[in-house]
Design a protein around this ligand. Structure first.
Ligand SMILES: Cc1ncc(COP(=O)(O)O)c(C=O)c1O
Length: 355
C-alpha cells in the first residue's frame, strides 16, 4: 500500500533523493567507497560540502557577507549557542509564539537578560503577535518563523531596523522565498525540509560572527565554525551529502518560486476543507495559518482517535498532533507530493460522511 508521510520531523524526503542515495550508497561517484567511509578532508567530500553550500547560496540568494554552516546538536543547541555568542551583557528580545519559542527563551535566560516583547500565550498560541516594542539597543530579536506544534507561521517578519533579527526556521526553511538580508542569523534542524536529522543549518552574517563573544568552548563558538568552514571537527558527512541531494532536487524543481506555489496549493486544499464545513476545525488563526504544519481538531477526542487509526490503516502516516497539545496535524513539507494531500482530503471527506 502506498504510504503518505505526514510526520512532523524527521519527515519525508524526496523519493528521487532516496533513490539516488541508494544507488550511490556503496560507491560514491564510482570511487568504490561509500560517502560514509571517506575522509571529511578528501576531495570527494569537499566537492559535496562545497556544492551543498553553493546550492543554499543559489536557492536563497544569500549575500556574500553571510556564512552557511553545517553544525550538530540540532536546533535545540542553537537555543543556547545564540545567547552564548551574541548576548554579551545587554538584553535580547524574544517573541513567544509557542512551544519552540518558549524553549529558546528558557535557554537564553541562562545567559543574560531576556525581554519577551510579544506573546500569543493568552490565546493558546493560536496566532502570531503583530505589535512589538523592541528594547532600545537590544542585542538581537529572536522569532520562531513557524511553530511546528501550534501550526502558526509568520507571513511578515518584524522590521527590527539595525537590530539583528534571528529566526528559528526549523520547520519552514526553504519552503518559500526569503530576503536573507533582513536577518542576522537563521537556523534550522535539517530533518524537516532539507535532509535527515543530525545536521543543523546556520546562516549567519559575518559581523555577528566577528562580534561574537570570546572565551566560549571551541565547539560552541560561531567563530570556530565560520573560520573552519564547518570542518573544525568531523561533520555529519552522510547528512550533508543528503542535504546536497535535496538542494539539487529543489533547484531542479525550479527553486523557491516553484516550491512556494506548490506549498500554497497543498495547504490551500486542507484549509479550504476546514472552511467549507464544521467537522474539521483548524486551530490556528486564519491569517497566521502555517503552510507546513496544518493543525486541526475533530468534534471529539474519540473521533480524533478513530480518524487517526483509520487514516493510518489507509496509509496516511503521522497525523497525530504533538503529544503536548493533542488533536491532529498534517505536516506537508516540501517533499510531500501534492497527490498525498489530495488523497488525504478524499479520505477526510469519506471519514466525515461515515461519522
Ligand atoms: C521550530 C522548531 N525549533 C526547534 C526544534 C528542535 O529541533 P532539534 O530536534 O533539531 O533540536 C524543532 C523540532 O521539531 C522545531 O520544530
Amino acid at each position: 500500500m502506498k504510504k503518505h508521510n505526514f510526520y512532523a520531523g524527521p519527515a519525508i524526503l524526496p523519493q528521487e533523493v532516496l533513490e539516488k542515495a541508494k544507488a550511490e550508497l556503496t560507491s560514491l561517484n564510482g570511487i568504490g567507497l561509500s560517502v560514509m567511509e571517506i575522509s571529511h578532508r578528501s576531495k570527494d567530500f569537499d566537492a559535496i560540502i562545497t556544492s551543498a553550500e553553493e546550492n543554499f547560496k543559489k536557492l536563497l540568494n544569500i549575500p556574500d557577507n553571510y556564512h552557511v554552516l553545517f553544525l550538530q546538536g540540532g536546533a535545540s543547541q542553537q537555543f543556547g549557542m545564540i545567547p552564548m555568542n551574541l548576548l554579551k551583557g545587554g538584553t535580547a528580545d524574544y517573541v513567544n509564539t509557542g512551544a519552540w519559542a518558549k524553549k529558546a527563551i528558557k535557554e537564553a535566560k541562562l545567559f543574560g537578560n531576556v525581554n519577551v516583547v510579544a506573546s500569543s500565550e493568552d490565546k493558546n498560541f493560536s496566532y502570531i503577535p503583530k505589535e512589538y516594542n523592541f528594547t532600545d539597543d537590544c542585542e538581537y530579536v529572536h522569532i520562531t518563523s513557524n511553530e511546528t506544534i501550534g501550526g502558526v507561521q509568520f507571513n511578515d517578519f518584524p522590521d527590527t531596523g539595525d537590530i539583528p533579527l534571528i529566526a528559528d526556521m526549523s520547520s519552514d526553511i526553504m519552503s518559500k522565498k526569503l530576503d536573507i538580508s533582513n536577518f542576522g542569523l537563521i537556523y534550522a534542524g535539517a530533518q524537516k525540509n532539507i535532509g535527515p536529522s543530525g545536521v543543523t543549518l546556520v546562516i549567519i552574517r559575518d559581523d555577528l560572527v566577528k562580534n561574537s563573544a570570546d572565551g566560549i568552548t571551541t565547539m560552541l563558538s560561531y567563530k570556530t565554525h565560520a573560520e573552519k568552514k564547518s570542518l573544525y571537527n568531523t561533520p555529519p558527512s552522510f547528512g550533508i551529502y543528503i542535504i546536497k541531494l535535496v538542494t539539487d532536487w529543489l533547484i531542479e524543481l525550479g527553486g523557491l518560486d516553484e516550491i512556494e506555489k506548490i506549498n500554497a496549493e497543498k495547504a490551500g486544499l486542507l484549509y479550504d476543507k476546514f472552511d467549507s464545513g464544521d467537522f474539521y476545525n483548524g486551530t490556528a488563526n486564519k491569517e497566521d495559518r502555517s503552510k507546513m504544519n496544518v493543525t486541526f481538531r475533530l468534534p471529539s477526542e474519540e473521533l480524533e482517535k478513530k480518524f487517526i487509526e483509520e487514516a493510518t490503516a489507509a496509509g496516511f502516516i503521522g497525523l497525530k498532533g504533538h503529544r503536548s497539545v493533542g488533536g491532529c496535524r498534517a505536516s506537508i513539507y516540501n517533499a510531500l507530493p501534492l497527490e498525498s494531500v489530495q488523497e488525504l482530503v478524499k479520505f477526510m471527506d469519506e471519514f466525515e460522511k461515515n461519522n
